[in-house]
Design a protein around this ligand. Structure first.
Ligand code: RB5
Length: 149
């Protein structure tokens, strides 16, 4: 599984925490099968979130990555940007339940989070839940295809 992660300045600190946690959880299970690519930003200096949102969405849409994670202040801007890219189903999740539903029902391929909304601890739990949960298919498959068309 290849995951691409990006953020703006507001999401930088939580991105670092989520990266460490995913390395400790997902990669511990099967290090060779999991790759986590960080496309920035790399500091607290102010940047424009649409640039990072589009980069992550393009990676996922072109299948250079299976899933993406995007973090900005609220997660709203990143989800708006990512959902403009065809094939992207970006879900803004602020709790474990919505992260689970985003995978089970919506087959979300990008997880968006708001660094000013969730704590680092919550963000880690949300990310772990997202990557541990499979799409249920069935009736949800029909609906997801409707989104994509
Ligand atoms: C940056 O201040 C903030 O606007 C951005 O991180 C994000 O919340 C936008 O949706």
């Amino acid at each position: 599984m290849k995951i691409v992660i990006g953020c703006d300045h507001a999401g930088y600190e939580i991105k670092q925490s989520v990266k460490l946690a995913l390395r400790a959880s997902l990669m511990k299970k099967d290090e060779d099968a999991t790759h986590l690519q960080d496309i920035g930003c790399d500091s607290l200096d102010s940047v424009h979130y649409p640039e990072y949102g589009k980069t992550v969405a393009d990676w996922v849409a072109s299948k250079d990555a299976d899933y993406g994670i995007l973090i900005c202040g609220t997660g709203i801007g990143m989800s708006m940007v990512a959902n403009k890219v065809k094939g992207i189903r970006a879900a803004l999740c602020h709790d474990v339940y919505t992260a689970m539903m985003a995978r089970q029902h919506n087959n979300a391929n990008i997880l968006c989070m708001g660094a000013r909304v969730v704590t680092p601890y919550q963000a880690i739990n949300i990310a772990n839940t997202f990557f541990e949960t499979d799409f249920l298919g069935g009736r949800h498959e029909v609906r997801v295809k409707m989104i994509d068309s």
